[in-house]
Ligand binder design. Structure first.
Ligand SMILES: Nc1ncnc2c1ncn2[C@@H]1O[C@H](COP(=O)(O)OP(=O)(O)OP(=O)(O)O)[C@@H](O)[C@H]1O
Length: 301
């Protein structure tokens, strides 16, 4: 089922083309939108919400045209903005109830839904405290709660893990996965880190300079991450040479070596060669494909 689609979508600002002939289709489930800073992610989200006019092309969300039916779209789509936008003097409960009422819920329904979603995102007694004193993680949770409070069919989450520590990131990613799997709400989530989206998304779209680089089911990405990244203190040339001699496929990525995992034995070979050459191993990491690596691959739409 198509949740949203764009066709030749373009948005020009005076100095930059933020979206350049972007054509994509997104189905139900959790979709990741990956791109470096300035790639055009927030611009796309604002256009999808009907908050920003495209300069060219078209876009539909849940079958509705973004240029003519923005208000209807916002009624059934939740939005978690990237930047801090929470009034510091209000409590999470007051703010979330207000947002629910803005979406058309009665005061009683708004209070019930706000209590539910704040519990769902893991804010308990703190929900009565002024948000000015919240940690970044708590603020991100309130922003997520207000995006969900009117029971949307789709949520657009702009960099929800921004500013979070590793544990906070893991918790936020788990929440996002639950929104998709338990509540059946479709999710479009942006990040500049492909690695973290891999863990929760069904489908990933990569954009750069406002252009589509790639749109693939997550399985296709993970198939392409069958490499192990190796970093040693010194001697990467010797390591690469010896591995190649032993039949392994090795590529340089700056100071890092990317070794194709031909078979599970590749790990044994690597360990043995690092010992044999007496190298200081800094890290050996599987499957964390860096976004630049995706950029170097052929586009597969
Ligand atoms: N209102 C605006 N006026 C002028 N230029 C803008 C405006 N909004 C965005 N841009 C430019 O458009 C490009 C895309 O910005 P956008 O915010 O969509 O990127 P992004 O992928 O969301 O990155 P980030 O995560 O850093 O916000 C950038 O070069 C940005 O400077």
């Amino acid at each position: 089922m198509t949740i949203l689609a764009t066709e030749g979508l373009t948005r020009r600002f005076p100095r930059v083309t933020a979206l350049d002939q972007l054509t994509l289709t997104i189905g139900s489930g959790v979709t990741g939108l990956v791109g470096a800073n300035g790639a055009g992610k927030s611009t796309l989200i604002k256009i999808l919400l009907g908050l920003l006019e495209p300069s060219g092309g078209s876009a539909q969300v849940l079958g509705m045209d973004v240029t003519t039916r923005g208000a209807e779209i916002r009624r059934v789509v939740g939005y978690m903005p990237e930047h801090d936008c929470l009034p510091p003097d209000l409590s999470a409960t007051e703010f979330t109830v207000h947002m629910a009422q803005m979406s058309g819920l009665t005061r009683t329904a708004a209070r019930e839904r706000a209590a539910d979603v704040l519990r769902h995102v893991g804010l308990y007694e703190e929900r009565y405290r002024a948000m000015g004193g919240y940690s970044t993680g708590m603020k991100q949770r309130v922003k997520l709660a207000q995006a969900l409070v009117h029971d949307p069919r789709l949520v657009l989450l702009d960099e929800p893990t921004n500013g979070l520590d590793p544990q906070g990131r893991d918790e936020m990613l788990a929440l996002i996965r639950r929104i998709g799997s338990e509540f059946g709400i479709s999710v479009l989530v942006t990040s500049h880190l492909l690695g973290e989206l891999e863990r929760v998304c069904d489908h990933v779209i990569v954009i750069d300079g406002g252009k589509l680089l790639r749109s693939s089911a997550i399985g296709e990405f993970t198939q392409n991450t069958q490499t192990v990244t190796v970093e040693v203190e010194d001697g990467q040339d010797a390591l690469a040479a010896r591995l190649t001699e032993l039949g392994e496929t090795v590529a340089f990525h700056g100071r890092l070596l990317l070794v194709d995992i031909r078979a599970p034995e590749t790990f044994d070979t690597l360990r043995d060669v690092v010992c044999e050459l007496d190298l200081g191993l800094i890290r050996m990491e599987q499957g964390r494909q860096r976004i630049e690596d995706v950029f170097r691959e052929p586009v597969n739409v």
